[in-house]
Design a protein around this ligand. Structure first.
Ligand SMILES: [Zn+2]
Length: 330
């Protein structure tokens, strides 16, 4: 008989780390939407400032706008450069964030952009967004693999201290990236394909390779990556325990890809670019559902019932991603 865990207490004092928000980046976005995370007990989120669908200049404009918003809200928000900033923010009752970019089109073919983005607060970059680009192959494309430019980008990210993120890239490309990187590599928001068949989900081979780098796989809360547009606790638990059973509970975390209910019809955006969001991959589902941080207390209760102990739950909630960031960011 193990001792009973006080899950309310655990959730209240655990570090809660969401490795990727799914807000469509735009300079006009009002970051007050981060209150959804803060009020749900999340301590840190990585929010995307660009993706391959956008022009790289719009990514810079989004960065400028988001940085300004954080500077204007110092009482509640901190732009984190290092893990120590997140620890300090928690101690002060403030919410920490940093930025990610989904796809290397944001570099405009220039390797020097990596250190510029790092200086502006980007702490995680993905190599492709569903389609091939100059650096990498995408998960909804024929996947040309990691290019010479992409290999140079991996090395530069390792050098400047940015988390290498394989979500949205193609199968072969992700294996190339993980072989090239000298640092732990993550899939910030990807689910196991063995639980739900989808081109955005990842194979056992990818999960094992990620774990071998010391990396973490973030549970994606989008209904179409979890199952047939479902976000129930049992389904999420199956994804978490599948990864945990395969490679160990120290390699699973949260990357909910969550977007608060704002006046954006995701379906309209997805249908407007059938190249990036192709037919046959559920993107045309009516009212795509989304799990979010408010579901975490019920999810960890389910994980506890499935045998997760206190340390495993703390790892899932945030300590696993914190471990990666602590070794990569510098
Ligand atoms: Zn994404």
């Amino acid at each position: 008989m193990g001792k009973t865990i006080d899950l309310d207490q655990l959730y209240a004092d655990a570090l809660v780390w969401d490795a990727h928000a799914g807000v469509f980046p735009n300079p006009g976005v009002d970051l007050n939407l981060l209150e959804d995370w803060r009020l749900a007990g999340t301590d840190y989120v990585s929010i995307n400032v660009g993706f391959d669908v956008m022009d790289w200049r719009e990514t810079l404009a989004t960065l400028a706008a988001y940085r300004r918003w954080v500077v204007d809200h110092p009482e509640s928000y901190v732009l984190a450069s290092r893990v120590a900033d997140i620890d300090r923010a928690r101690a002060e009752g403030r919410f920490a964030l940093s930025f990610d970019i989904e796809g290397m089109n944001a570099l405009n073919g220039d390797i020097n952009m990596v250190s510029l983005y790092h200086a502006l607060g980007v702490r995680q970059m993905l190599f492709a967004y569903n389609l091939n680009n100059a650096a990498a192959g995408g998960c909804h494309d024929d996947d040309s693999g990691l290019t010479d430019f992409g290999r140079a980008v991996v090395r530069e990210m390792n050098r400047v201290g940015m988390i290498v993120d394989c979500s949205h890239a193609g199968h072969r490309t992700t294996l190339d990236i993980m072989q090239e990187s000298s640092q732990p590599v993550v899939f910030s928001h990807s689910n196991p394909v063995a639980v739900w068949q989808h081109q955005r989900n990842i194979s056992d081979e990818q999960i094992r390779a990620c774990a071998a780098t010391g990396g973490v796989i973030g549970l994606n809360g989008m209904g179409i990556f979890l199952g047939d547009n479902v976000t129930d606790i049992d389904t999420m638990q199956r994804h978490v325990t599948y990864v945990s059973d395969l490679v160990g509970p120290e390699h699973i975390g949260i990357g909910f890809d969550y977007s608060p209910d704002i006046d954006v019809d995701i379906g309209v955006i997805l249908r407007s670019r059938p190249d990036y969001w192709p037919a046959g991959q559920q993107y045309d589902s009516k009212d795509i559902k989304h799990a979010g941080p408010s579901q975490l207390p019920r999810l960890i209760a389910k994980l506890a019932a499935r045998g997760f102990g206190e340390n495993e739950i703390r790892g899932f909630l945030g300590e696993n991603f914190r471990r990666v960031a602590a070794s990569v960011w510098h």
